[in-house]
Design a binder for this molecule. Structure first.
Ligand SMILES: [Zn+2]
Ligand SMILES: [Zn+2]
Length: 281
């Protein structure tokens, strides 16, 4: 039995409806499912929810909760963070939880750079905006993540080191580089200071875009030493991805020293023991 608090729907770039996903969650025996479509914001982006649909999204989630026995259903959003434009705090009061994720760095769409889009586009934008200086772009990314934690305090930090997805064949950096380790350390310290939950996201593995979790196993070892709470999620965009590679994520967390993950239960974040097969509490 698992939980998953990172799941997209047809309201954004997901393929299935709230109901279809909740049915699947019941079939899989999930204890709780948290919906986290991409939050609406202007100018509208293709992967984000349309602003006018937000109300219906929330209603559909409440209805799914009423209709389904045996699974707790929660309303959340994966909210982009762009300083002075959008952040998790803008939506917090209407939701059970927020995920804060940085997908765009360096401003609003048009002048900004997408960290997890197609690699060819990333390369073009890296040349145009950062004169091919990956380190500079990554610093802006982590700096933006830290500012999000301070200013907007999401419940969950989404795919913390996802910009590494662009580091095909180690072309830009090694995770042993001092500057990269420093950025990770500073970001973890901010997470620890503000008590956010760090997500262990399996999407890179099952999409075969990155061989291990976001964040990497060594980052989770450090997070454990800093007393940072974690949760496991798949960032599912189709219902068949709801618990994909959870065994791998659990294994990574156990190796890092974790014995508990955090889940929403009766509306509150609680710790729960786990093994590679699921929650044990
Ligand atoms: Zn994301
Ligand atoms: Zn997502």
């Amino acid at each position: 039995m698992w939980t998953n608090f990172h799941c997209h729907t047809r309201y954004c770039d997901g393929k299935h409806t709230v109901n279809e996903i909740t049915d699947e969650a019941v079939r899989l025996g999930l204890r709780a499912i948290g919906f986290s479509s991409h939050a609406p914001f202007l100018p509208k982006l293709p992967w984000c929810m349309v602003k006018d649909h937000f109300h219906t999204y929330l209603e559909e989630i409440r209805k799914a909760d009423e209709l389904h026995e045996g699974v707790e259903v929660y309303a959340g959003l994966e909210v982009d963070y762009i300083p002075d434009v959008i952040g998790p705090a803008d939506f917090r009061n209407q939701l059970d939880f927020t995920i804060g994720s940085v997908h765009l760095i360096g401003g609003v769409p048009g002048t900004a750079m997408e960290i997890d889009g197609p690699h060819e586009r990333f390369k073009t934008e890296l040349a145009r905006i950062y004169q091919n200086n990956f380190q500079e772009a990554a610093r802006v990314y982590f700096d933006s993540t830290r500012r999000m934690i301070r200013d907007s305090r999401p419940d969950i930090i989404g795919h913390m080191d996802k910009i590494k997805i662009q580091n095909l064949h180690g072309q830009y950096f090694s995770e042993n580089d001092t500057w990269w380790r420093n950025e990770i350390e500073l970001t973890l310290m901010e997470i620890a200071r503000h008590g956010c939950i760090l997500e262990v996201n399996t999407r890179g593995i099952y999409q075969k875009k990155y061989p291990t979790t976001y964040p990497s196993p060594w980052v989770l070892e450090r997070a454990h030493k800093l007393g940072i709470r974690v949760t496991i999620s798949s960032d599912a965009h189709v219902k068949t991805d709801l618990v994909r590679e959870f065994t791998t994520a659990a294994h990574v967390l156990l190796q890092a020293g974790y014995r508990e993950i955090h889940i929403l239960s009766a509306g509150k974040w609680i710790s729960q023991r786990f093994n590679e097969q699921g929650l044990t509490g």
